[in-house]
Design a protein around this ligand. Structure first.
Ligand code: KIV
Length: 271
C-alpha cells in the first residue's frame, strides 16, 4: 500500500519550509533500490546514502575503509529508482581534505551518483571547504557531534558536547557553518539541550541522531530501525519492527513516530 501523498521531488526549500512550519523531517539511510522504494512509498522525506554502508553492508568495523567509488555505487542504486525523496550522499573519510579534492568528489556524488546534497563530517576545519562547495551550487550537510570518521581521534563512539567548552564550541561551529553556506546540519550523539539550542540558533534544518526531540528532523540507520542490527543496538535507536510482519510496516511506524514527535523518547536521548 502506498501511503505517500508526495508526488514531486522534495527540494531543500521544502525542507526549510518544514523547519519554519514545525513539521518534522523523517530521514533514514538506504543503500539499495528495494529499500529506497519501500521508504519512498512509506513517505520518507530524506534518504542518506551514508558511509555507515561500510559497517552494515560491507562488514568493516568502522566507516574509514569506504571509498568514493563505494558511495557512488550505492547512490546509483538509490537514485535510479528514487522518485520523490531528497537524497544525500556521504563524503567518505579523506575525500574532502582540501577544497579542490572536495569539489571533485562532491561532483562525482552528484553527477554520477545522483545525490542532491553531500554530507561531510567536521567543524571549523570545514570552513574552508563548505563555501567552496556552496558557491559552486553544491548543497552541503555538515555533520557535527560524534563524527564516526574521527573515531580513533575521539577515542571511541562517545557523546559529544557534554562539557561547557565543547558545547559552546559546537554551537559556534554550527552558526559559522550555516553562515558559510551549509544548507543542513546533522547532529550525532549530542545532549538534547545543546541540540535544541543549535536548532534554535540556525535557520537551516537540523537533523538529529541521538540528539533529542527538538531537532527539526530525525535520522536512523535503516538496519537499526527495522530490527536487523547485528551486535549491540545503539542506545539512541529504536527497533520499530516489534510485532510487525514486513519491514515496510516498521519504516511506516518510524516515519509516523518522527512526525508525531513520539520518537525519540527520553530513553533515546542524552543529557
Ligand atoms: O553514515 C551514516 O549513516 C550517518 C548516520 C549515522 C547519520 O552518517
Amino acid at each position: 500500500m502506498n501511503l505517500s501523498t508526495q508526488t514531486k521531488r522534495l527540494a531543500i526549500t521544502d525542507l526549510r519550509a518544514m523547519k519554519r512550519e514545525g513539521r518534522k523531517i523523517a530521514c533514514m539511510t538506504a543503500y539499495d533500490a528495494t529499500f529506497t522504494v519501500l521508504q519512498e512509498e512509506a513517505g520518507m522525506d530524506v534518504i542518506l546514502v551514508g558511509d555507515s554502508l561500510g559497517m552494515v553492508v560491507q562488514g568493516h568495523d568502522s566507516t574509514l575503509p569506504v571509498t568514493v567509488d563505494d558511495v557512488v555505487y550505492h547512490l546509483k542504486s538509490v537514485s535510479r529508482v528514487s522518485r520523490c525523496a531528497f537524497i544525500i550522499g556521504d563524503m567518505p573519510f579523506m575525500s574532502y581534505a582540501n577544497p579542490q579534492q572536495a569539489i571533485e568528489n562532491a561532483a562525482r556524488l552528484m553527477q554520477e551518483g545522483g545525490a542532491h546534497m553531500v554530507k561531510l563530517e567536521g567543524s571549523e576545519t570545514q570552513l574552508s571547504v563548505v563555501p567552496e562547495l556552496s558557491q559552486r551550487g553544491i548543497p552541503v550537510c555538515a555533520h557535527l557531534g560524534l563524527q564516526p570518521q574521527a573515531v580513533h581521534k575521539m577515542g571511541g563512539y562517545r557523546v559529544q558536547g557534554r562539557d561547557e567548552s565543547s558545547a559552546t564550541g559546537m554551537l559556534r561551529d554550527a552558526r559559522a557553518l550555516a553562515e558559510h553556506g551549509a544548507d543542513m546540519l546533522l547532529l550525532e550523539c549530542v545532549p538534547a539541550e545543546l541540540a535544541k539550542s543549535i536548532s534554535g540558533a540556525v535557520e537551516i534544518p537540523v537533523i538529529g541522531i541521538g540528539a533529542g526531540g527538538s531537532c527539526d528532523g530525525q535520522i536512523l540507520v535503516l538496519q537499526d530501525a527495522i530490527g536487523l542490527t547485528v551486535g549491540r543496538m545503539p542506545r539512541f535507536a529504536r527497533d520499530f519492527s516489534e510485532q510487525q510482519q514486513h519491514p515496510a510496516q516498521a519504516i511506516r511506524a518510524y516515519i509516523k513516530a518522527v512526525k508525531d514527535g513520539s520518537f525519540p523518547a527520553d530513553e533515546h536521548c542524552f543529557t
